[in-house]
Design a binder for this molecule. Structure first.
Ligand code: HEM
Length: 354
């Protein structure tokens, strides 16, 4: 009599673990992908897939609880250390919790926990979780079976996916109906902070970067042997663009930016004219840099002003890059050099290493 009861949970356990693994891989992959896209509909699709995969984990919690209880009973007879599994469970729970806090908009319209943005805690927990998951999966390796791709399993996976999307859609609907701050976030998931009021924009930098002590007073334009030094005061040439700075820390602000279009600056500073192909390196006083295609320079601005006011030191004074449609880490601050190079723009780390 007891046999069928024991066999069912065992298969259900394997399915639960594979379902969790799939959702974690989709959540991790779309989380990273989300930072590489900056405009709708790509942002909407990626954020929806991410939210659904992350929230879908909650659907499997009841099943996983059974699996964990059974594993604990078995661990009494084996020497396997459950430390990694416990740490993994904790980091995944923290990742989901901070992701939901960010999405809902709690605490505050741009959720900050003890001085650190909820989203930063979220990403850090996800990175630690990825390392723990790798160790856990190697330790609890399961051989693939042909039935894993059978009709029944695919139907079950489809049902899990639908449930996950419904959960995400339900939360989104609730946020909009209740007027919660999260109901007004951008398609990237970012909350509005300081549109048309640069003083209200948070000052945030990429991981190891920091506001430099000294303000640069000049910018160098370089191509091969050509080197032209331009005074920072010469860079406000009245070119304007309205663009949205969307920070990977989870906030965004639209501003009227003013300064000089990068293609005009390069054409004026380089007597030989611009090459047909290649890229441009935009380098900060801190050493932080990003490489962009030369063909994009008509859409890039070196800004000295936002909303009619000179940039503040925290927002990149005297000059920063404005890269419409790209996430904030492309908007290099405290620019001291722009250099035309032959190397393709994609030949760089997808995310800054500094
Ligand atoms: C496997 C690890 C991860 C899990 C389980 C997870 C889970 C979640 C969850 C549940 C949410 C709330 C979604 C919503 O309610 O709409 C969320 C939001 C978010 N996550 Fe993750 N996440 C993971 C990894 C990452 C990574 C690695 C990144 C970025 C590098 C990231 C970036 C984001 C962003 C930007 C949001 C806000 C999206 C929005 O508000 O719609 N996540 N995540």
């Amino acid at each position: 009599m007891a046999l069928p009861e024991l066999r069912l949970p065992r298969r259900a356990g394997r399915r639960t673990n594979l379902g969790l693994l799939l959702l974690l891989l989709v959540a991790g992959g779309t989380g990273v992908l989300g930072y590489t896209v900056g405009t709708a509909p790509a942002t909407t699709l990626v954020a929806a897939a991410h939210g659904a995969a992350g929230l879908g984990l909650l659907l499997l919690v009841p099943w996983k609880t059974v699996v964990v209880r059974r594993g604990r009973r078995r661990a009494m007879h084996t020497r396997r250390d459950p430390g990694v599994a416990i740490a993994l469970g904790f980091t995944v729970a923290l990742t989901v919790l901070t992701g939901v806090l960010h999405a809902v908009g709690l605490p505050g319209p741009w959720p900050v926990l003890g001085g650190v943005a909820a989203l930063q805690v979220h990403v850090a927990a996800a990175i630690v979780g990825a390392a723990l998951l790798a160790v856990h999966v190697v330790g609890a390796r399961q051989r693939p079976r042909r039935t894993d791709l059978g009709r029944r399993e695919l139907l079950r996976t489809g049902a899990l996916g639908l449930g996950a999307v419904a959960l995400w859609g339900g939360l989104e609907g609730l946020l909009r109906l209740t007027g919660a701050p999260g109901g007004r976030r951008r398609s990237t998931g970012s909350h509005e902070r300081g549109t048309d009021d640069p003083t209200a924009m948070p000052v945030t930098q990429w991981i190891g970067d920091a506001v430099p002590d000294d303000r640069a007073s000049a910018l160098e334009v370089v191509w091969g042997d050509s080197r032209v030094r331009l005074d920072a005061d010469e860079l406000d040439r009245g070119d304007e663009v309205r663009a949205t700075l969307d920070c990977t820390g989870g906030w965004y602000a639209a501003q009227d930016w003013r300064g000089v279009r990068l293609d005009r600056l390069l054409a004026g500073a380089l007597p030989r004219g611009l090459p047909d192909g290649g890229s441009v390196d935009v380098v900060s006083a801190t050493g932080y840099r990003r490489r962009l295609p030369l063909s994009d320079t008509a859409h890039l601005l070196l800004a000295t002003h936002a909303a009619g006011r000179p940039l503040s030191p925290g927002h990149g004074a005297p000059v920063r890059l404005v890269a419409p449609g790209r996430r904030g880490f492309w908007w290099v601050k405290w620019v001291v050099r722009v250099e035309v190079v032959d190397a393709p723009w994609w030949l760089q780390s997808p995310f800054p290493l500094q």
